[in-house]
Write a protein that binds this ligand. Structure first.
Ligand SMILES: [Zn+2]
Length: 123
């Protein structure tokens, strides 16, 4: 996976986003569009955006000044996250492991299975 640039890392910090490494690039693409929106509409700035993993997808929540455009943007990104490995950013798919649904590539799924079996996942 391509490393994020310094500017992209700063963007993630600015919005205080905490998502797994594999989804950071996807989140950055959304944040860049939000920054553009904020420049265009300084009176309707979006300053607060939450991202979290739920049922194997990256969910976005925006409370202030959200528009139809922004809403569509986040829905699209959520759908995309269902095909991107949450941990490494490779192509992934929904995988059910130990009662959790995660979007993972084959390699990360194997790794996680192994950790579940030997009990090191939650330690
Ligand atoms: Zn992976």
């Amino acid at each position: 996976m391509k490393e994020l640039t310094e500017a992209e890392k700063i963007l993630i910090e600015k919005y205080k986003i905490h998502v797994s490494a594999g989804w950071k690039r996807l989140v950055v693409s959304v944040l860049k569009k939000i920054e553009k929106h904020n420049k265009k509409h300084p009176d309707k700035k979006i300053e607060c955006i939450y991202c979290k993993e739920k049922w194997g997808r990256c969910r976005f929540e925006i409370y202030d000044n959200s528009t139809r455009y922004i809403y569509k943007l986040t829905i699209k990104a959520e759908r995309k996250s269902g095909h991107i490995c949450e941990f490494c950013g490779s192509k992934g798919k929904e995988t059910e492991l130990d009662m959790w649904i995660k979007t993972l590539c084959a390699k990360c799924a194997e790794e996680r299975k192994r950790k579940i079996l030997d009990g090191t996942l939650y330690s």
